[in-house]
Design a protein around this ligand. Structure first.
Ligand SMILES: [Zn+2]
Length: 258
């Protein structure tokens, strides 16, 4: 049984086929998944979806690229949603220097808010990172000093082994998506070999970046997760069953589902 820790199955392209997407996931052994919001509207939709399907949970937050569009009242709505049953994480949050949709100081302000809200609610937070490793680490280290133990996940991890080790040091989990299977991702696979087993998570990040052998197929969907799981199992010298059991147990522990 696999746990897809990061999906965007709320997106409109799944509206007409969501029951089949969830059904196909279950048939592929993906019995639990998180629908992750990037805005208030998406977070509300993720929660509605979580309430509709067994094994589907919601994360609520405002993704850094969406912070500039957020209304003043949006943050208090996220704070409200964080207390709703079915919400298992805060995010996605983080920092992004690749796109220029939101001024960087505003991204940092919202990242800090998400970290604080997660601590207050005793929920994990979900970190998006693109082209800003040093800045992310700086804020995570400050939060670690302030809050003590951090509960969170570096989602769709693409950093190097040094960054991964620093994140593990800060109590964080590392989640690998389909990029792990890409031909040119040897450094990422080297990194995946050294993460402590009890910090490993897997995800599809659907509808983006389908894993090999369905690379290029869009949308990516949770039923493709076994491809990434098989790749990671081979890297770690585990059977697919062992890898599934370990990563699912890790996800259930982190997201409070035991
Ligand atoms: Zn995402």
């Amino acid at each position: 049984m696999l746990f897809d820790t990061h999906t965007h199955i709320d997106q409109a392209e799944f509206d007409a086929c969501r029951p089949e997407i969830v059904q196909r996931a279950r048939a592929a052994g993906v019995t639990q998944l998180i629908a992750v919001g990037c805005s208030v509207a998406e977070s509300e939709k993720c929660l509605a979806i979580a309430r509709e399907y067994t094994g589907v949970y919601a994360a609520v937050g405002i993704q850094p690229n969406y912070v500039a569009q957020a209304q003043a009242s949006d943050w208090s709505r996220i704070e409200q949603l964080a207390g709703e049953p079915g919400v298992v994480a805060i995010g996605e949050t983080g920092l992004d220097r690749y796109w220029d949709h939101t001024p960087f100081p505003d991204q940092q302000d919202y990242f800090e808010r998400h970290i604080q809200l997660a601590a207050k609610r005793e929920l994990p937070f979900i970190v998006h990172m693109r082209d800003c490793e040093a800045e992310i680490l700086e804020m995570l280290r400050a939060a670690h000093q302030q809050c003590g133990k951090l509960q969170g996940v570096m989602h769709s991890f693409t950093g190097d082994a040094t960054l991964a080790a620093a994140c593990v040091e800060l109590d964080l989990h590392i989640s690998f998506a389909g990029m792990l299977t890409f031909k040119n991702a040897a450094p990422l696979r080297d990194c995946a070999r050294i993460i402590p087993l009890d910090r490993l998570l897997i995800e599809t990040d659907s509808p983006y970046l389908s894993p090999v052998p369905v690379r290029g197929k869009r949308p990516n969907e949770p039923s493709y997760l076994p491809h990434t799981a098989a790749c990671l199992a081979e890297l770690r010298g585990l059977s697919l069953e062992q890898l599934a059991q370990q990563t699912t147990a890790n996800a259930e522990r982190l997201f409070g589902l035991q």
